[in-house]
Design a protein around this ligand. Sequence first.
Ligand SMILES: [Zn+2]
Length: 98
Amino acid sequence: MTTYKHPCDRCTGNKTIKSYSHVAGGVCFKCMGKGYVVSNKKTVNKRFEVTAIFKPDNTRCVIGYASATTADKAIALILQRKTQDNLSFYDLSTIKAL
Ligand SMILES: [Zn+2]
């Protein structure tokens, strides 16, 4: 069976998570501090932070987080999840997923 190494989506390959530094030195429990995960899938979900410009004060704000294989899919997930009402304050032409 072919396996593929993927950067760990929880620690983004950093092996540790700063906000958990009080627990076992912050070592990432998903990849057990290796910084990668092994999967038989060629593409795995990655955690994206989706941001857009918040119109009232013209700053880039986080709209939400989504796990997806690509940035475009993450954006689509966020747009599905949010109601039009929530999103009317954002300039959706500036939407980005990182
Ligand atoms: Zn990890």
